[in-house]
Design a protein around this ligand. Structure first.
Ligand code: PLP
Length: 374
């Protein structure tokens, strides 16, 4: 069958038998009225721990809650300053405000699209923050991860890592989620490791932190009707846990297929005004998305060609955090070189999802090439 359109992402590609296995599992959970909690939650937490190398994993309701829980667990409190990248998903900024703290945005590097240690260090001097949230975007890892971890430690700044997009990504051979002091992820269905609904998790190697996280996700419970903390209801659902559990058995194949798609674009779109960029060599990305940069003046016409050929696209993300209208009442300061804003105008993401076919990739590449031949 010839390809006539390619979506930006689709959630309908699963391994043979996945659907039936999941639905059989759902029927069992239903019959046992296991809707929240139960053994399936412990099973998926254990599997996540084994795969990432993080000693403790606490499942929760979504990736935004995971950040909020991590912030609270490390002791971020009212009016504390927390650094966040100027280029990230809004949830990172939101989480800081939701725990009563004050975000300061720190610009990213125009080339690596992530924080660099020099800017990070100057932000620590300028804002004297209690904590910082390093974000790993696009399925890459921040190339300065190890340097930033050390700089934060040396300065006594608590570092939380928002790994909503980096399940399976490694820096210097180490799982980002597993080697961080405390990290978080999202299992929103469109992420690399998606669930059958909203879900998230917190990862840490610190036992005490893990205990506090577990209390915070469940009403600050110390036992059933004793509440030692003001927490949330951020429990992970049983169906979501089952779905994740089954997905984890296929994660290697899914990531491999995504990485192949990213490589395909790199290989076949060389030398065009849309420059496909990837992570640095010491980062092993998970293939979450393809990232292209193009002169902002040329982007609208390319988007028109993609639309006309029914090729989906993304602009992750279309605006800097410090420029969001919701930011102005909360932002306590910023380091702004204009990089996040530039990236938001220059970025273009091509279709990328698990089990995208070579025919689909070729279709996308042909549309892009043809556009620039005009
Ligand atoms: C998706 C995402 C989140 C939020 O996760 P939800 O599960 O949607 O709450 C936070 N940070 C980043 C970088 C994300 O991509």
């Amino acid at each position: 069958m010839s390809v006539e359109q390619v979506p930006f992402i689709t959630l309908n590609r699963f391994e043979d038998g996945f659907r039936d296995t999941f639905l059989e599992g759902v029927a069992k959970l239903f019959d046992n009225t296991q809707f929240v909690g139960g053994p399936v939650v412990g099973e998926v937490e254990q599997k996540l721990s084994k795969q990432t190398g993080a000693k403790y994993v606490v499942g929760c309701a979504n990736g935004t809650d995971a950040i909020q829980i991590a912030l609270r667990a490390v002791g971020v409190d009212k009016n504390d300053v927390v650094l966040v990248p100027d280029m990230t998903f809004w949830a990172t900024f939101e989480a800081v405000v939701n725990v009563g703290a004050n975000p300061a945005t720190v610009d990213v590097n125009r080339e690596t699209l992530h924080w660099d240690v020099e800017t990070f260090t100057s932000a620590i001097e300028k804002f004297k923050p209690k904590a910082a949230i390093m974000v790993h975007l696009y399925g890459w890892g921040c190339p300065d991860t190890m340097l930033i971890r050390k700089a934060a430690k040396d300065a006594g700044v608590i570092l939380i890592e928002d790994g909503a997009q980096c399940y399976g990504t490694k820096v210097d051979g180490e799982s980002i989620l597993g080697s961080a002091y405390i990290s978080t992820t999202s299992f929103y269905p469109a992420k690399v490791l998606g669930a059958s609904g909203d879900a998230g998790a917190i990862f840490t190697n610190d036992e005490k932190l893990s205990v506090v996280c577990r209390q915070l996700v469940n009403h600050g419970r110390t036992d059933h009707y004793s509440h030692g903390l003001i927490g949330w209801n951020s429990r992970i659902g049983a169906y979501e846990s089952l779905f994740l559990n089954l997905s984890l058995d296929h994660i290697d194949a899914r990531l491999e297929s995504r990485r192949k798609a990213v490589d395909y674009y790199v290989k076949h779109l060389e030398g065009l005004p849309l420059k496909i960029v990837t992570s640095k060599d010491h980062v092993h990305e998970n293939g979450y998305c393809s990232v292209g940069l193009i002169d902002p003046a040329l982007r609208p016409a390319l988007i028109e060609s993609l639309k006309a050929a029914k090729v989906g696209y993304g602009t992750i993300y279309p605006g800097a955090m410090s420029l969001q209208s919701g930011a102005k009442d909360h932002l306590v300061g910023k380091i702004d070189f204009g990089n996040a804003h530039y990236i938001s105008q220059a970025v273009l993401n091509l279709p990328c999802f698990a089990y995208i076919t070579e025919e689909e990739l070729k279709y996308v590449v042909d549309v892009v090439k043809k556009h620039f031949q005009k």
